[in-house]
Ligand binder design. Structure first.
Ligand SMILES: [Zn+2]
Length: 86
């Protein structure tokens, strides 16, 4: 079972809610599971958590912009087709 770019797109949409703990326990688990299986998403997730932590101090809320979702999708797709990954 390998993660699909489509799946990554879903995760990108849910990630902010995941960080804010606004998802249902079932959805939280699905996001967590995807992050475990998908290093690119995991890396991105950690980056976003750091950013949101800073932003959160200002009391602002963010939503995943389409450009970010596209970026994650490409990141995941390229990592899957990378012949040099060991
Ligand atoms: Zn992913």
């Amino acid at each position: 079972m390998e993660p699909m770019p489509n799946c990554c797109e879903e995760i990108a949409r849910q990630l902010y809610q995941y960080i804010d703990r606004e998802l249902s326990p079932e959805e939280q688990r699905q996001v967590q599971q995807h992050l475990d299986d998908c290093p690119p998403c995991q890396k991105w997730f950690r980056l976003e958590v750091d950013v949101l932590r800073l932003v959160g101090e200002c009391g602002r809320r963010l939503e995943a912009p389409p450009t970010l979702i596209e970026k994650v999708r490409r990141l995941c797709a390229s990592s899957q087709s990378d012949p040099h990954s060991s």
